[in-house]
Design a protein around this ligand. Structure first.
Ligand SMILES: [Zn+2]
Length: 123
Protein backbone atom coordinates (compact mmCIF):
# COMPACT_ATOMS: atom_id res chain seq x y z
CA UNK A 1 0.00 0.00 0.00
CA UNK A 2 1.47 3.35 -0.99
CA UNK A 3 1.91 5.84 1.81
CA UNK A 4 1.03 9.38 0.73
CA UNK A 5 2.80 11.22 3.52
CA UNK A 6 5.11 10.67 6.48
CA UNK A 7 2.14 10.07 8.81
CA UNK A 8 0.97 7.08 6.79
CA UNK A 9 4.54 5.91 6.24
CA UNK A 10 5.24 5.97 10.01
CA UNK A 11 2.21 3.76 10.65
CA UNK A 12 3.25 1.43 7.84
CA UNK A 13 6.77 1.03 9.19
CA UNK A 14 5.40 0.47 12.69
CA UNK A 15 3.21 -2.36 11.30
CA UNK A 16 6.28 -3.84 9.63
CA UNK A 17 8.29 -3.64 12.87
CA UNK A 18 5.47 -5.18 14.89
CA UNK A 19 5.31 -8.11 12.45
CA UNK A 20 8.98 -9.03 12.93
CA UNK A 21 9.54 -7.77 16.48
CA UNK A 22 6.20 -8.11 18.29
CA UNK A 23 5.72 -5.30 20.75
CA UNK A 24 3.46 -7.24 23.10
CA UNK A 25 0.92 -4.45 23.50
CA UNK A 26 -1.12 -2.22 21.23
CA UNK A 27 1.09 0.65 20.09
CA UNK A 28 -0.47 3.90 18.91
CA UNK A 29 1.29 6.75 17.10
CA UNK A 30 0.28 10.29 17.96
CA UNK A 31 1.64 13.44 16.34
CA UNK A 32 2.15 16.72 18.15
CA UNK A 33 3.43 20.00 16.81
CA UNK A 34 6.20 20.05 19.41
CA UNK A 35 7.34 17.91 22.34
CA UNK A 36 8.85 19.03 25.60
CA UNK A 37 12.65 19.40 25.51
CA UNK A 38 12.27 19.77 21.75
CA UNK A 39 12.49 15.96 21.47
CA UNK A 40 11.97 14.09 18.19
CA UNK A 41 9.77 11.49 19.83
CA UNK A 42 8.75 10.02 23.14
CA UNK A 43 7.02 6.89 24.32
CA UNK A 44 4.82 6.32 27.34
CA UNK A 45 2.25 3.91 28.64
CA UNK A 46 -1.45 4.71 28.71
CA UNK A 47 -3.47 1.92 30.28
CA UNK A 48 -2.73 -1.22 28.30
CA UNK A 49 -1.35 0.72 25.34
CA UNK A 50 2.01 2.20 24.48
CA UNK A 51 1.86 5.62 22.89
CA UNK A 52 4.60 6.82 20.55
CA UNK A 53 4.41 10.57 20.17
CA UNK A 54 6.29 12.12 17.27
CA UNK A 55 7.10 15.79 16.82
CA UNK A 56 5.75 17.24 13.56
CA UNK A 57 8.36 19.98 13.79
CA UNK A 58 11.43 17.77 14.40
CA UNK A 59 10.31 14.82 12.26
CA UNK A 60 10.02 17.01 9.19
CA UNK A 61 11.27 14.47 6.64
CA UNK A 62 10.34 10.83 5.97
CA UNK A 63 13.90 9.79 6.87
CA UNK A 64 13.90 11.49 10.27
CA UNK A 65 10.39 10.24 10.94
CA UNK A 66 11.33 6.61 10.25
CA UNK A 67 14.55 6.84 12.22
CA UNK A 68 12.74 8.32 15.23
CA UNK A 69 9.97 5.76 14.91
CA UNK A 70 12.50 2.89 14.93
CA UNK A 71 14.05 4.34 18.09
CA UNK A 72 10.70 4.63 19.86
CA UNK A 73 9.54 1.21 18.64
CA UNK A 74 12.69 -0.34 20.10
CA UNK A 75 11.60 1.04 23.47
CA UNK A 76 8.16 -0.52 22.97
CA UNK A 77 9.67 -3.93 22.15
CA UNK A 78 11.95 -3.86 25.19
CA UNK A 79 9.25 -2.63 27.54
CA UNK A 80 6.73 -5.18 26.28
CA UNK A 81 4.47 -6.13 29.11
CA UNK A 82 6.75 -4.62 31.72
CA UNK A 83 5.90 -1.36 33.40
CA UNK A 84 7.34 1.60 31.58
CA UNK A 85 7.76 3.36 34.87
CA UNK A 86 10.31 0.78 35.97
CA UNK A 87 13.51 2.48 36.93
CA UNK A 88 15.54 0.68 34.29
CA UNK A 89 18.00 2.44 32.03
CA UNK A 90 16.31 3.74 28.89
CA UNK A 91 19.24 3.21 26.56
CA UNK A 92 21.31 0.24 27.77
CA UNK A 93 23.54 -1.56 25.23
CA UNK A 94 20.68 -4.02 24.53
CA UNK A 95 18.58 -1.07 23.36
CA UNK A 96 21.16 -0.02 20.75
CA UNK A 97 21.64 -3.63 19.63
CA UNK A 98 17.91 -3.93 18.95
CA UNK A 99 17.66 -0.51 17.31
CA UNK A 100 20.66 -1.41 15.14
CA UNK A 101 19.08 -4.71 14.14
CA UNK A 102 15.86 -2.98 13.03
CA UNK A 103 17.71 -0.20 11.22
CA UNK A 104 20.05 -2.61 9.46
CA UNK A 105 17.13 -4.77 8.31
CA UNK A 106 15.32 -1.68 7.08
CA UNK A 107 18.27 -0.01 5.33
CA UNK A 108 20.27 -2.97 4.05
CA UNK A 109 18.11 -6.09 3.99
CA UNK A 110 15.01 -5.15 1.99
CA UNK A 111 13.08 -3.88 5.01
CA UNK A 112 12.24 -0.60 3.34
CA UNK A 113 10.69 -2.32 0.27
CA UNK A 114 9.10 -5.03 2.42
CA UNK A 115 7.44 -2.49 4.68
CA UNK A 116 5.64 -0.93 1.70
CA UNK A 117 3.44 -4.02 1.53
CA UNK A 118 2.08 -3.36 5.00
CA UNK A 119 -1.08 -1.45 5.83
CA UNK A 120 -0.96 2.31 6.30
CA UNK A 121 -3.61 1.98 9.00
CA UNK A 122 -3.27 1.25 12.68
CA UNK A 123 -5.12 -1.58 14.39
ZN1 LIG B 1 15.05 6.65 23.66
Amino acid sequence: MKAKNRYERAQQVLNWIDYYWPQGRPVVIKWKKQLSDNAYGETYREGSKLIITLSKTKCATWETTIDTLMHEAAHCILWGMASVEDKTAHHPPSFWALYGEIKDRFDHDHGSEQSKEFSIYGN
